[in-house]
Write a new protein. Structure first.
Length: 208
């Protein structure tokens, strides 16, 4: 069934994809596993787009399908957990309006007890620094999907340094272009490209 869902996503077959997700949930597949299949599926859509086989309208369709899927899985993600008292500032970096991954991350963090301040998309480095200063949050999560926006994350880290806030906050980044090299270039503390790792990192930070 996993492969079928991947195929339906890649073929942008909304009806089939939503029906398969319903079936998978009924069969006991976890929402996290479904989210990861979706991520892999839209990655292939993105690849087809960059190769010129798919067009912008297809990316928009992929977004539509993902939103439908999230609508189905979200109730299964939500668990009433007590807050762990740890706050996280989260947003998508300046110039970038991709927010599906960010929203999934925020949903999962909230379900894990974190108090998340969602700054939205296209967030300037100055806005990130202001939010860290005002909230005193020990974790800053930045999402980036566009490679040419990576430089603005470096600016966030530099501005945190200038404002004397760098020691009090761990910067965690994630999204399509993120890897070890990007982590080092931007000066971020951690990176993650999948939900399981991302939550583990945030939990690890508060234990330290
Ligand atoms: C859907 C989509 C869109 C939708 C976005 C809808 C929305 N509301 O977000 C629309 C159609 C609007 C769009 C627009 C564009 N897009 Co687009 N888009 C995609 C696509 C197909 C899927 C992205 C997605 O939602 N993935 C699903 C989520 C769940 O995965 P995710 O975001 O990676 O998040 C996961 C992890 O990365 C992680 N995570 C995410 N953030 C964070 C943060 C932290 C702190 C942590 C720890 C973890 C974490 O957790 C998530 C769950 O696992 C990607 C392809 C791809 N390979 O990603 C292209 C892609 C990102 N887009 C691309 C491009 C070029 C564009 C446009 C410039 C196209 C255009 N010509 O206009 C515009 C840019 C608009 C802008 N200014 O931002 C390129 C970027 C290429 C590059 N190297 O920079 C991609 C890679 C496609 C491609 N291969 O060419 N896009």
């Amino acid at each position: 069934m996993k492969d079928e869902l991947l195929k339906a996503l890649v073929n942008l077959d909304e009806e089939e994809a939503l029906a398969l997700v319903e079936k998978q949930i009924e069969a006991g597949q976890t929402p996290l596993e479904i989210v990861e299949i979706c991520k892999n599926g839209v990655e292939i859509v993105g690849k087809r787009y960059s190769e010129g086989h798919y067009f912008l309208a297809d990316l928009i369709m992929a977004e539509e399908i993902l939103k439908g899927i999230m609508g189905i899985v979200e109730p299964y993600l939500s668990v009433d957990v007590p807050t762990n008292g740890i706050s996280i500032v989260f947003g998508t970096i300046e110039g970038d309006i991709h927010d599906l991954g960010k929203n999934i991350m925020i949903y999962l963090l909230r379900s894990s007890g974190f108090q998340v301040y969602d700054l939205g998309v296209d967030v300037s480095p100055e806005q990130f620094v202001k939010a860290v200063s005002e909230t005193g949050a020990p974790i800053l999560g930045i999402s980036v999907l566009l490679s040419f926006c990576v430089g603005s994350i470096k600016k966030v880290v530099d501005l945190l340094e200038e404002a004397g806030l760098r020691e009090q906050v761990k910067v965690v980044i994630g999204g399509y272009p993120v890897n070890q090299t990007v982590k080092e270039y931007t000066g971020a503390d951690y990176y993650a490209t999948d939900v399981t790792n991302a939550i583990a990192i945030c939990r690890g930070i508060i234990k330290k």
